[in-house]
Ligand binder design. Structure first.
Ligand code: GLV
Ligand code: MN
Ligand code: MN
Length: 418
C-alpha cells in the first residue's frame, strides 16, 4: 500500500463530472435518453466544441492530427518530455448511451481540472486525447483514430473509408474540423510515456461481484469481416426455384451455419452479425445483393485465428448459385496490459480507498493500440445491468467519481516519473 498524499483527488467534483455527462448527451440526443453521435457527424463536432471550451477554461491547448484525433494539452514543468496521455472517444453507436467513451474523456478532463484547482504541477505534460471514430459503425474499422496514430492502420486507407452513403472519411473529417474550429494541427503519431483510459465495463462482472472499480488486465482479440453475396434480381412470382439466384437465402444459410460453428461450449467466443444490407430490398423481387458483417472475438489468439479462418471457406461452400466475397479488416490481436501500470493502478486505488477487482475487457478500446507503443492501462466502473451499446446504458455517479480520483492519482504519479 502506497501512502502518499492524495488529498488533491478531493478536488474531483462528482456533480460537475455527472453534469458534464448529461450536457454531452445533449449532442445527438435520442428521445429515449440515449445518444446517436456517430463519428464525424455534426453532433460529434458539436460535442468536441463543448469539450474544447471546457478545456480552455483550465488552460489546455487544443490541436488535431491528420485522422482527427483531438489533443488537449496541459504543460509540464519539463515540457519537452514525452507526455502522459489519457482519454477515450466521443463517438457513439446509433443506439448509444451517455457513458461509452464519454466517461473516459470526461474523467480525464475532471482529473486535469482537479490538478489545476489543487495547483498541482507535474514534471511531464499530460494530454487529454479524444480518439476519432472508435466505434467504427459508420466508417470501418473500429478504433480508427488510435490505430492510425500508432501506425497500425495506414492513413490513406483510413481517409479513404466510406460510410454507407458513400461519404469518405477525408470529407467528413474536413467538415468536422470546420465545425469544431480547432485551428492547430499536429503531426500524426509521436511518443508518449504512458497511456491510461477510464471506461465503463460494458459487461456485468463488476456489478455482479459488487466492486466499484476494475483494473483491466487485457483486451480480447477481434476480427471484423464483411461478406458480400451476389445473385440476380428476378420476379418473385414467376421465377422457378431452379432459376433463382437469391442472395438473401444464401446469406441466411451462411449466417445460420456460421453461428452454429462459432458457438463454443465454454461460451468464450463471441460471434455477432450486426448488419444486414439487402438489395433491392423489395418484397416482390428476388434479392440480388446482400452484405453482412461479422464481429468475432476471443481472448486467445489461436482460437481467434481458428474460428476466423472457418468463415471464408464456409461462405464459399454455402453460396449455392450465388457468388460470394469475404473482406476482412486488419486483425486486432488480444493484448495484456503492462504489469507495472496494473500495479500502479492498484496502488492508487488502495491509496484512494477504492476496492477493486482485476478483470479482462470483452469490449475493445483505443488503449489496445496504445499498449503496443507505450505502457498502458485501463480502469473500469460498473454499469447498470452490464448493459452497453444500448440507450439505457447507465452508471453510478459515485462510482464514476471514485474511478476518476484513482485516475487523477495515477496520472500525477506517472507525470512525475522521470
Ligand atoms: C467497441 O465499441 C467495441 O466494439 O468493443
Ligand atoms: Mn467505448
Ligand atoms: Mn462502444
Amino acid at each position: 500500500v502506497v501512502s502518499g498524499d492524495t488529498s488533491y483527488t478531493g478536488k474531483v467534483d462528482r456533480q460537475r463530472l455527472w453534469d458534464r455527462h448529461l450536457t454531452l448527451a445533449g449532442y445527438g440526443a435520442l428521445p429515449d435518453g440515449g445518444v446517436d453521435r456517430q463519428a464525424m457527424t455534426p453532433a460529434d463536432a458539436e460535442a468536441r466544441r463543448q469539450l474544447v471550451a471546457w478545456a480552455s477554461d483550465i488552460g489546455l491547448t487544443a490541436s488535431v492530427d491528420a485522422i482527427g484525433n483531438l489533443f488537449l494539452r496541459r504543460a509540464g514543468r519539463r515540457d519537452d518530455l514525452a507526455p502522459v496521455m489519457t482519454g477515450s472517444h466521443l463517438d457513439t453507436q446509433p443506439t448509444g448511451g451517455k457513458f461509452d467513451g464519454a466517461f473516459g474523456v470526461l474523467a480525464g478532463l475532471e482529473a486535469l481540472t482537479a490538478l489545476a484547482e489543487a495547483e498541482v504541477a507535474t514534471t511531464r505534460p499530460i494530454e487529454l486525447v479524444i480518439w476519432n471514430n472508435e466505434e467504427g459503425c459508420r466508417f470501418p474499422p473500429t478504433t480508427m483514430g488510435s490505430s492510425a496514430f500508432t501506425g497500425h492502420l495506414p492513413l490513406d486507407q483510413a481517409l479513404d473509408a466510406r460510410d454507407r452513403q458513400g461519404i469518405r472519411v477525408a470529407d467528413a473529417l474536413d467538415e468536422m474540423n470546420r465545425r469544431t474550429q480547432v485551428a492547430d494541427t499536429r503531426i500524426l503519431g509521436g511518443s508518449l510515456f504512458a497511456y491510461l483510459e477510464a471506461h465503463i465495463e460494458q459487461g456485468p462482472r463488476l456489478e455482479e461481484a459488487g466492486y466499484p472499480l476494475g483494473v483491466v488486465t487485457g483486451i480480447q482479440g477481434l476480427r471484423w469481416f464483411e461478406v458480400e453475396v451476389l445473385g440476380t434480381e428476378s420476379h418473385a412470382g414467376t421465377t422457378p426455384r431452379a432459376n433463382r439466384r437469391d442472395a438473401l437465402q444464401a446469406a441466411v444459410t451462411m449466417i445460420h451455419e456460421l453461428a452454429a460453428r462459432c458457438s463454443d461450449r465454454e461460451d468464450i467466443l463471441r460471434f455477432t452479425v450486426g448488419r444486414l444490407d439487402v438489395s433491392p430490398n423489395a418484397p416482390n423481387t428476388v434479392p440480388a445483393r446482400v452484405r453482412f458483417t461479422i464481429d468475432l472475438r476471443h481472448p486467445d489468439a489461436e482460437s481467434l485465428q481458428h474460428y476466423g479462418d472457418l468463415i471464408a471457406p464456409l461462405c464459399h461452400e454455402l453460396a449455392g448459385h450465388c457468388t460470394v466475397a469475404v473482406h476482412e479488416q486488419p486483425v486486432s490481436q488480444p493484448i495484456r496490459f503492462d504489469a507495472d501500470i496494473q500495479r500502479l493502478l492498484c496502488e492508487c486505488a488502495d491509496s484512494c480507498g477504492v476496492p477493486y477487482q482485476l478483470l479482462p475487457s470483452g469490449a475493445t478500446h483505443d488503449a489496445k493500440w496504445l499498449s503496443l507503443i507505450a505502457p498502458s492501462g485501463m480502469l473500469f466502473t460498473p454499469c447498470a445491468g452490464g448493459l452497453s451499446h444500448n440507450t439505457r446504458e447507465s452508471a453510478d455517479p459515485d462510482d464514476l467519481a471514485r474511478a476518476t480520483q484513482v485516475l487523477t492519482a495515477a496520472l500525477k504519479r506517472l507525470a512525475n516519473d522521470v
